[in-house]
Design a protein. Sequence first.
Length: 201
Amino acid sequence: MKSITLRTTIFAVAIFAPLAIVAASADSPLVLQSTSRIWVSGTSNVKNFECKAVSPVVNADATKSDAATAIVAGEKSVVAVDLKVAVETLDCGSGTMNGHMKDAMDPKDHPTIEFALASYDLAKSVDSAGVTLAGTLTIHGEAKPVTINAGAKNAGGGVLHLTGMYELNMKDYGVKPPSLMLGTMRVGEKVQVHFDLQLKN
């Protein structure tokens, strides 16, 4: 019986100790600044369009109080990132387009678009860093692994400036591209998700 208890204890320590270390070291949250932007651009057979995300939410943690300096130096000081966009906040600059986009996205059943970071790699340059983000993107209830290329800079004052773009096919996430004016305007199935984020700790 003692042997079983000992093995159970060792197993629990092996599983939870690394998590405890991360939790203890990730003591410097990163706060999304109001100047940050996320938007979606796309095409149609009539004209291009752009939908902006209003008030995205980012939960991020770092191991150092100056994550911007550390990241640009090639040190993986950011240990967790979770980003959420409420579908209802997407603004395409047109009430008609907003309505069709939200009908396609079905915010009642799938209220948020989410990205959860799993891991990342850094490629250091002179005053910036290339970042390869690996994680899970969830749209319309469909969660898929993605790899996103981004650039990171130290914007000064403890601000980490992260920019990038990811192209996706709406149909891959079960979203039917909107059509307007009785089908005379048809939205292309591929869109680009752009982000220009400023995170400060």
